[in-house]
Design a protein around this ligand. Structure first.
Ligand code: MEV
Length: 334
């Protein structure tokens, strides 16, 4: 029996970094996915196969004993085995078309799909159980992240995420109103891998040294997005622009958000060059994710899409992403 789950990659339309400090972020799931397949074995080991390599450790091993990229899988396997005593061994295989380390949520999508696949060997987890398990799994490598990426990888579509008291919530009102972005979301990969952890630490230091300005920037981001609690965003926010299909206004807000990301110093010359190379055809362009490398997103109308390759620096990869309304998807194969 195989338990197979897949989860989508993500982009952040607005609010990366600020979301770690309590503001809202607007995220979208996109049509690149990771698939995790789990099977029982008789080997008394936990075996993990991925493009990053293969590990096979005794079933009693703790996640702390393995290299960081394999920790979430061993953590989830341990949890599952602890609640189901008669498991001899497990094999977990990861197949992904999400580029790693460039801000498209590869690690979060892996944690979400792995939670669903590994526990799915015994029962289908509810959405909230998948989130709980994947949050715990991701914390084994990234203890300081907001968790926003996990929410969108689990839920799919476009969602707003923010802290709510002690917990973290996503606003389903943003998914129940049908938002569409009737322009292309062009993702350009700088081909520079980044460390989300280092960028998040850097922004934390910026905040400590610039408390007042950081708090102003948080307010500005909140205003850019609008408030999803009032059923789709206050007037003039990005949510409102999406509802009214005002892509020009949406693009301007992306460019505005980029100014805030420049100010907190997660941009660099390569990213600025990529952004400026698309200036004449893009309605708005910004970093997506942690920055310091990784990807940018540009909002490009159909009539300009074929101009993209000639404008971009030759060593960069790009694709036009579609919003994936499916979050995590699970099935059993006999
Ligand atoms: C990374 O995809 C998004 C950040 O905002 C970090 C986080 O939310 O934890 C940079």
């Amino acid at each position: 029996m195989k338990s197979i789950a897949s989860a989508p990659a993500k982009i952040i339309l607005f609010g990366e970094h600020f979301v770690v400090h309590g503001t809202m972020a607007l995220l979208a799931a996109i049509d690149k996915r990771v698939t995790v397949t789990s099977t029982f074995t008789e080997n008394k080991t936990i075996k993990v196969n991925s493009e990053l390599g293969t590990i096979e450790v005794p079933i009693s091993s703790s996640h702390e004993e393995v290299e960081s990229e394999f920790r979430p899988f061993v953590y989830l396997a341990n949890k599952m085995i602890a609640s189901n005593q008669n498991v001899n061994g497990l094999e977990i295989t990861i197949n992904s078309d999400i580029p790693v380390g460039v801000g498209l949520g590869s690690s979060s999508a892996c944690c979400v799909a792995a939670a669903s696949s590994i526990f799915g060997l015994f029962k289908e987890l509810s959405d909230s159980e998948i989130l709980k398990m994947s949050i715990e799994a991701e914390k084994t490598i990234f203890p300081d992240l907001s968790g926003a990426d996990l929410y969108v990888c689990a839920a799919g579509g476009i969602i707003g995420c923010e802290e709510d008291g002690d917990s973290f919530v996503y606003h389903s009102s943003t998914t129940s109103v049908s938002y569409e972005i009737s322009a292309n979301l062009v993702i350009v990969n700088s081909m520079i891998q980044h460390s989300t952890k280092r960028s998040v630490e850097k922004v934390r230091r910026f905040k400590e040294n610039n408390e007042k300005r950081f708090s102003e920037l948080c307010d500005l981001v909140t205003k850019l997005i609008g408030d999803p609690k009032d059923g789709g965003g206050g007037p003039g926010g990005a949510l409102d622009n999406m509802k009214n299909n005002d892509i020009a206004a949406l693009g301007l807000k992306m460019t505005e958000n980029q100014k805030y990301l420049e100010e907190i110093q997660v941009s660099n010359d390569t990213l600025r060059d990529m952004i400026s190379s698309l200036k004449e055809i893009s309605l708005g362009t910004k970093i997506t994710g942690a920055g310091d490398g990784g990807c940018i997103i540009a909002l490009v109308e159909d009539k300009n899409l074929d101009k993209v390759p000639a404008l971009l620096p030759k060593d960069k990869e790009y694709f036009s992403a579609k919003i994936d309304t499916r979050g995590v998807v699970w099935k059993i194969e006999k």
